[in-house]
Design a protein around this ligand. Structure first.
Ligand SMILES: [Zn+2]
Ligand SMILES: [Zn+2]
Length: 411
C-alpha cells in the first residue's frame, strides 16, 4: 500500500481528526505538526480521489473524541493545578484510556504501519509546548521539578512534585536520640497510651530535629534523612560530624537559602543536634552515601572487672591493632538482624588516658565493626576481643563517634 491507500483505509474506520490521521505517519517527514501532516494527507487523498474537501469535526474523531484539539484547555488546567508551587522545569505525562490506545494500535497492526506515533506522545508534547508558553517554564525529560499527569478519562490533572535534596554533616550532642524516627513497639505507629499517642518509640530523632525546620522552609510534606551509616542511640556523634543527604518530600518552595536554613536548624535543635550544610544534592548522592564504606573513629570509655595494669591494658590493645575480627550478630541486635558472621578490621586502636580506673580508648574501625562487642566479646560471639585477651570482663561505659571518613576522604 502506498501512503494514499493507507489514508483511504484509515478513513474507512470512521471519522478521524487531522491530529490522529497525521499521527499514523508521525515519524515521517520533519518540521510538521501531526495536525498539519493529517490535513495535507487528507487533501492529497481527496485530490487523488477527486472528492470535495471535508474538514472533520474533531469531537467526532473515533480515536481521540477531539482530545487532541483541546490541548490549550489541558495546558490551562495544568497551569492552574501548579498554582502556588515553585518550579523551574516540568514534564507532562498522560494517562490514556485503554480504549483509545487499543483503537490506534488496532490500525497500526491491521495496516502494518511503519511510522506511527502513540497518542500519549503527541499529547505530552503539545500540552508541554502550551504550558511552556503560558508559564514561561521549560520542559525537562530527565529531572523535572514537577510532573503533571493528564488523566484523560477523568478530565483531571495530577501534580507530582519531585523531591529536593541537600547534603551536610550532622553532630549529635545528646545520648538517647535515634537517627531516624522509630515506630512505637507497642502499637507499631498507630498511637497508644505507651507512646502518649504519638506512635513513636522516642520523642525525637536526628531526622526530626533537622527535618522540622526543613519542612517549614520548603513548605514540604516530609523530610527523610539518609545517613552515611548510623550511630547507636546511646552514642553521641561528635568531631566533624556524619555525612548525610536530606530528601525533602513534595516541596512547594525550592529556592531556599541553605545558610539561613542551617542557622534555623541549629537554633531550633537547641544544642542537641547541629548541622553544617554543604550544598544541593541529588538521588545519586544518596546511593553513593548508602553504599559508602566509611571508616569510623570512636572514642570509648572502657571498664575492666578487676585490676589490670596500664601496661597490660595497652599490650592487649596492641594485639587488636590491624586485626580482622569475626563477629556473630550481637545479642543486642539479634532480634532484628539475621544471625551471621561478619569480618571487619580494627584499623587502629589506642589508649588515650584514664579516668577513675576506666580507660579512654580511640578506635578506628572498618564500616560495620561492632565496637561494644569488640570490647566485651559478647559471650564469645566476637573473636578476638579485649575481654578475651585480658581474660576479664570488659565493657563500654560510653561511646562517641568522633569521625566518619567517606571513601572519597580516605583516598
Ligand atoms: Zn483524533
Ligand atoms: Zn504506641
Amino acid at each position: 500500500m502506498d501512503v494514499i491507500e493507507e489514508v483511504e483505509a484509515i478513513l474507512g474506520y470512521g471519522d478521524t481528526c487531522n491530529h490522529c490521521l497525521g499521527r499514523f505517519f508521525g515519524r515521517r517527514s520533519f518540521g510538521l505538526t501531526n495536525e498539519e501532516r493529517g490535513r495535507a494527507l487528507r487533501i492529497a487523498h481527496e485530490i487523488t480521489a477527486n472528492e470535495p474537501h471535508q474538514e472533520p469535526a474533531p469531537e467526532s474523531c473515533w480515536i481521540c473524541g477531539g482530545e487532541l484539539s483541546r490541548t490549550d484547555a489541558w495546558a490551562a488546567r495544568v497551569v492552574e493545578a501548579m498554582q502556588g508551587i515553585e518550579f523551574e522545569t516540568f514534564l507532562i505525562g498522560t494517562r490514556v484510556p485503554p480504549l483509545m490506545a487499543e483503537s490506534e494500535e488496532m490500525v497500526w497492526s491491521d495496516l502494518s504501519l511503519r511510522d506511527p506515533e502513540p497518542l500519549k506522545a503527541e499529547m505530552n508534547r503539545e500540552v508541554g509546548k502550551a504550558v511552556s508558553e503560558l508559564s514561561g517554564k521549560v520542559a525537562d525529560l530527565q529531572k523535572p521539578d514537577v510532573v503533571a499527569i493528564l488523566d484523560l478519562a477523568n478530565e483531571t490533572v495530577e501534580i507530582q512534585v519531585n523531591p529536593v535534596f541537600f547534603a551536610g554533616r550532622y553532630l549529635k550532642y545528646e545520648r538517647g536520640i535515634p537517627q531516624t524516627h522509630w515506630d512505637c513497639r507497642a502499637c507499631r505507629g498507630a498511637g497508644c497510651e505507651r507512646c502518649n499517642f504519638t506512635g513513636k518509640q522516642y520523642a525525637d530523632s536526628v531526622e526530626e530535629l533537622i527535618g522540622r525546620p526543613v519542612i517549614e522552609a520548603f513548605d514540604a510534606e516530609g523530610a527523610v534523612l539518609h545517613g552515611a551509616g548510623r550511630e547507636d542511640i546511646d552514642a553521641r556523634m561528635l568531631g566533624s560530624g556524619r555525612p548525610f543527604v536530606m530528601e525533602v518530600e513534595t516541596p512547594r518552595k525550592r529556592s531556599v537559602d541553605l545558610a539561613a536554613l542551617e542557622a534555623e536548624i541549629n537554633r531550633s535543635a537547641e544544642g542537641r543536634v547541629a548541622v553544617h550544610l554543604t550544598g544541593w544534592a541529588d538521588r545519586k548522592m544518596v546511593q553513593s552515601l548508602k553504599s559508602d564504606k566509611a571508616h569510623k573513629k570512636y572514642r570509648i570509655l572502657v571498664e575492666i572487672d578487676g585490676p589490670v595494669t596500664s601496661d597490660e591494658f595497652r599490650t592487649a590493645l596492641d594485639q587488636l591493632k590491624g586485626v580482622t575480627i569475626r563477629q556473630r550478630t550481637p545479642t543486642r541486635v539479634s532480634h532484628r538482624r539475621a544471625d551471621r558472621v561478619r569480618e571487619r578490621q580494627v584499623i587502629d586502636i589506642q589508649c588515650t588516658g584514664t579516668q577513675d580506673d576506666r580507660y579512654w580508648v580511640e578506635v578506628v574501625g572498618e564500616a560495620g565493626l561492632y565496637i561494644k562487642e569488640l570490647v566485651s566479646g559478647d559471650g564469645g560471639r566476637t573473636r578476638p576481643s579485649l575481654a578475651q585477651i585480658l581474660g576479664r570482663t570488659a565493657s563500654v561505659v560510653s561511646l562517641d563517634v568522633v569521625q566518619v571518613r567517606t571513601t572519597n576522604e580516605q583516598r
